[in-house]
Design a protein. Structure first.
Length: 383
């Protein structure tokens, strides 16, 4: 009890020095609390965002893996063309995509079929993205020679991701002549709901298909995505897989030499990030080759959007470490000088019978009272 009372008297007696120590401890407590709060906010925001995110993924060719494997198998062959390696990898068929959809982690599976087509009396929207070719790319090398891209969906789940219906209704999944087009394309061609448009095979002008417009959509694609498409997303026409299959079938019947071929893409929907992470291993157990990889544009874009917050969290961690090191060094030095100035007091305490342990306990009590009170105040304000 004497040690505690004497420690309190010394705190009040050396008020100026203890206030200085208290200010330093207050700053340390406040800074630590703010840094930890920023870290916690970043982690919580990432978790809540991923929990609320509608995670979709697709299976594509792992290009780097294919090229590395090709070089290892042909070490003696020089100047191996990477394009030849990639061309040897065939795209997945619809049956294969549906097989991998049987994985336990998959919540919903839907697929799309797409093909390039022209319009009869329907003008495409010309954009700077589609007009500007990379240097060295001639007209014959243009990646998108047709005016429009018709995309057939097996379900209406795409509305939540790629587009939003702004007017009218979505096409009937079982229909063979209904479609929705972008608001921009409708305005550009002065089209209304229930109007009909004619789509023409680029290689056979006699192969014409008529569609009725049931709705207009607005695209959710960003500028970065538009750059990857190499064409304006407003020129995309959405319909059902049934309609697109009818186009392909009619095209084959009209002329097998100029028949249009559709490209198949599968989309897998997951409940959460954990299910998405488990999907690739489950798909490989179902027969997916290591030449393919699972990727999610939703997760990638969300992680990129969180990058400023993650950077701030990293800076806060560095700031926390620096504050702890500098603040700890300053407190240690101040206490060292403070104790050296009290040599006479230590001698008196030793002379009246106090051992080293009790004298140390008294100094510890003084330090504890000043620093703990200050850090609690600082942490409370920071919180």
């Amino acid at each position: 009890m004497y040690i505690i009372k004497n420690a309190w008297r010394n705190v009040c007696r050396n008020l100026g020095k203890n206030i200085l120590l208290g200010i330093i401890a207050f700053v340390i407590g406040l800074s630590c609390c703010l840094a930890l709060s920023i870290r916690q906010a970043a982690n919580q925001q990432r978790k809540e965002g991923l929990d609320a995110l509608n995670i979709t993924a697709s299976i594509g060719v792992d290009r780097m893996s294919v090229m590395k494997q090709g070089r290892q198998e042909n070490e003696e062959v020089q100047n191996i063309d990477p394009k030849e390696m990639l061309n040897q990898i065939s795209s997945l068929s619809l049956d294969e995509l549906e097989t991998y959809a049987k994985a336990e982690s998959v919540k919903v599976f839907y697929y799309t079929k797409s093909l390039s087509i022209n319009g009869e009396g329907l003008e495409p929207i010309e954009s700077s993205i589609s007009n500007d070719r990379p240097q060295g790319m001639g007209k014959g090398m243009d990646m998108n020679q047709s005016d429009f891209t018709v995309i057939g969906y097996s379900s209406h789940d795409f509305v939540n991701g790629n587009a939003t219906i702004s007017e009218g209704t979505v096409f009937d999944e079982d229909s063979k002549d209904e479609c929705i087009i972008s608001e921009e394309l409708a305005t550009y061609n002065n089209l209304k709901l229930q109007d009909q448009i004619k789509l023409v095979n680029p290689d056979n002008e006699k192969d014409v298909h008529t569609f009725t417009i049931t709705g207009f959509y607005t695209s959710n694609a960003t500028g970065m995505e538009m750059g990857r498409m190499m064409s304006d997303p407003a020129n995309q026409i959405y319909t059902s897989v049934t309609s697109l299959d009818a186009i392909v079938t009619a095209s084959k019947e009209a002329s097998s030499d100029s028949a249009m071929v559709a490209t198949v893409n599968g989309t897998y929907v997951f409940e959460d990030l954990e299910q998405y992470g488990a999907f690739e291993a489950q798909a490989q157990a179902l027969g997916l080759s290591e030449e393919y990889t699972v990727s999610s544009q939703d997760v990638t874009q969300y992680e990129q959007s969180l990058q400023p917050l993650v950077s701030l969290s990293e800076y806060a961690t560095i700031f926390l470490i620096v504050i702890l090191i500098i603040g700890g060094c300053i407190l240690a030095v101040l206490h060292m000088y403070h104790i050296r100035e009290r040599k006479y007091e230590i001698g008196v305490l030793a002379a009246i019978g106090m051992n080293k342990k009790k004298i140390s306990m008294q100094f510890i009590c003084e330090i504890f009272v000043v620093t703990m009170v200050s850090m609690l105040i600082g942490s409370g304000i920071g919180a």
